[in-house]
Design a protein around this ligand. Structure first.
Ligand SMILES: Nc1ncnc2c1ncn2[C@@H]1O[C@H](COP(=O)(O)OP(=O)(O)OP(=O)(O)O)[C@@H](O)[C@H]1O
Ligand SMILES: [Mg+2]
Length: 249
């Protein structure tokens, strides 16, 4: 089922932590199936503990499912070992974290260049500078993280995630550490990247962020409770959680 338009095909995916010890077992993901088309932007929403980060980490090949299928760019990656997973991750995935994870002693350009150096890619500095231009930070290339605002730090982290030209950009609460103004700035960048064809999958608590993605997958207790256009999924979620008939975010 290799389809070039479908970077992600997930079938009956489960993740049970401590599967070998019944009294400790946590069924964090309980058999989810979905596909993500190239160029889509998807928010994953749902209450704390429902399995969002677990699912995103599996999509990002940071972790391995307990059972089920995960085809990434047509390749079955569900049961790859750690080294093979790292290679797949470097080739296909750009990951952005809530806490930026930039190296403090390196300037913005060096941080962005790092994945290319690991991969032994040529003209790495030139490509890092181009990635910084894409996120509107060429003029901060020689600033270290502590000389940048929160929003600028996250834009550097996004440039670092994109510099290897991954199949998709994954974010776990990428605006979670930002105030509403800088959060908006990062969101506008993500929307622009999506407009340029980048596939984006974000876990977020922020329903305004979710509403700006095309599609939302709502999780509940490790399963998928809703999957569709974000406007509909987010509105239904607000309606249910507030009990109001016509709630607005
Ligand atoms: N390494 C782990 N070992 C055991 N249980 C875990 C582990 N990581 C997460 N869990 C459990 O799995 C469930 C899902 O966790 P997960 O981090 O995916 O939730 P989440 O939806 O991202 O929550 P939040 O919104 O709070 O970040 C939770 O019950 C959590 O306690
Ligand atoms: Mg989480």
């Amino acid at each position: 089922m290799s389809d070039a338009r479908l970077p992600v095909v997930v079938e009956a995916l489960t993740k049970t932590y401590h599967a070998d010890r019944a009294e400790l077992a946590v069924r964090a993901v309980r058999g989810v199936s979905f596909r993500i088309a190239r160029g889509e932007s998807v928010a994953i929403i749902g209450p704390s503990g429902c399995g969002k980060s677990t699912l995103l980490h599996i999509l990002g090949c940071l972790d391995r499912p307990t059972s089920g299928r995960y085809l990434l760019e047509g390749e079955d990656v569900a049961q790859l070992g750690e080294d093979a997973r790292a290679r797949v991750r470097n080739r296909h995935i750009g990951f952005v974290f809530q806490s930026f994870n930039l190296l403090p002693r390196m300037d913005a350009a060096e941080n962005v260049e790092l994945p290319l150096l690991y991969a032994g890619v040529k003209r790495s500095r030139e490509r890092a500078m181009h990635a910084l231009e894409r996120v509107g930070l060429a003029d901060r290339a020689h600033h270290r993280p502590n000389e940048l605002s929160g929003g600028q730090k996250q834009r550097v982290a996004i440039a670092r995630a994109l510099v290897t030209e991954p199949s998709m950009l994954l974010g776990d609460e990428p605006t979670g550490a930002l105030d509403s103004h800088t959060s908006r700035e990062v969101l506008e960048l993500l929307e622009r990247l999506h407009g340029e064809g980048t596939t984006i999958v974000l876990v977020t608590h922020d329903l305004q962020v979710a509403g700006r993605m095309e599609r939302a997958i709502r999780m509940h207790d490790g399963g998928i409770a809703a999957d569709g256009p974000s406007s509909e999924v987010v509105e239904a979620f607000i309606r249910e959680t507030t009990g109001a008939a016509h709630a607005h975010p």
